[in-house]
Design a protein around this ligand. Structure first.
Ligand code: 1GP
Length: 253
């Protein structure tokens, strides 16, 4: 059997191996113009981000999504990875897509329904699919409401472990613990540590990370990939991404 690991996935795994923990910048197409998205991606890349993720919780215009992805691709060589909340989150211009299932949703649509509707498009557009188990924890935010999730409380790391392991055993190659965009508190190190110690696949952490210290804490607890979104929308991109990437480097040394 041949394991189909694509170019972007290999790039991410290589970077995690050499850097210890890496940073990704999330751009919500609902909140930016194409020109703003390309500026953010450009600056984030210069500051050491490893890839750009594009997606939001409520976005629906595929035309605007296409123009955002195209603009980012024009301005930077960083891989663009779709982070879809639905079938409308697919753009033919992206390099890869988190082919994800919301593991703690009570709605079969977010477990397998949207994936069935989107799979043929992903193949047709030749977007690299990266299978990922998505788990919403803590306050969960909009993603939790839209995805009809039962968020796992921060104080119940063993429940997060069970979900993450189930994802791995189902063949997913990444696990994402999502604290919710703009979460007041990021995923706690205890939960990250518990999950990381039980799985053998890379662990992605996002939601509410705003500072070097928080990035450092997540990486020290075992996060392989840190995602930040809000913080680059609201502040000086270069400075903020540099600060967070510095935090990750601090962990490495
Ligand atoms: C949201 O995990 C991401 O899906 C990033 O969250 O916007 O809070 O950085 P923030």
């Amino acid at each position: 059997m041949i394991l189909m690991v694509g170019r972007v996935e290999k790039y991410l795994l290589d970077r995690v191996k050499t850097e210890g923990a890496i940073h990704m910048t999330l751009i919500d197409p609902e909140k930016v113009t194409a020109a703003q998205a390309s500026r953010i991606a450009d600056k984030a890349k210069l500051s050491g981000t490893s890839a750009v993720m594009v997606g939001g919780s409520t976005f629906v215009s595929t035309t605007h999504l296409d123009s955002v992805v195209k603009a980012i691709k024009r301005s930077t060589k960083t891989p663009v990875i779709l982070f879809p909340n639905n079938v409308t989150g697919i753009s033919r211009f992206a390099d890869a897509i988190w082919f994800m299932s919301l593991l703690n949703s009570v709605d079969p649509y977010f477990l397998i329904g949207a994936q069935v509707l989107g799979a043929t498009l992903v193949k047709k557009y030749r977007i690299e699919p990266m299978p990922m188990g998505y788990i919403i924890v803590g306050e969960g935010g909009t993603a939790s409401v839209v995805g009809k999730a039962v968020p796992i409380p921060y104080g119940k790391p063993e429940v997060a472990v069970a979900h993450a392991l189930a994802g791995q055993y189902l063949g997913m190659r990444f696990v994402y613990l999502e604290g919710g965009s703009g979460a007041k508190k990021p995923v706690p190190p205890e939960m990250i540590r518990a999950v990381k110690s039980c799985i053998d696949i890379p662990l992605i952490i996002g939601g509410g990370i705003k500072s070097r210290e928080q990035a450092f804490a997540a990486a020290s607890a075992g996060a392989d990939i840190i995602v930040t979104g809000n913080v680059v929308e609201n502040t000086a991109v270069k400075q903020k991404v540099s600060e967070i990437v510095e935090g990750l480097k601090g962990y490495k040394s």
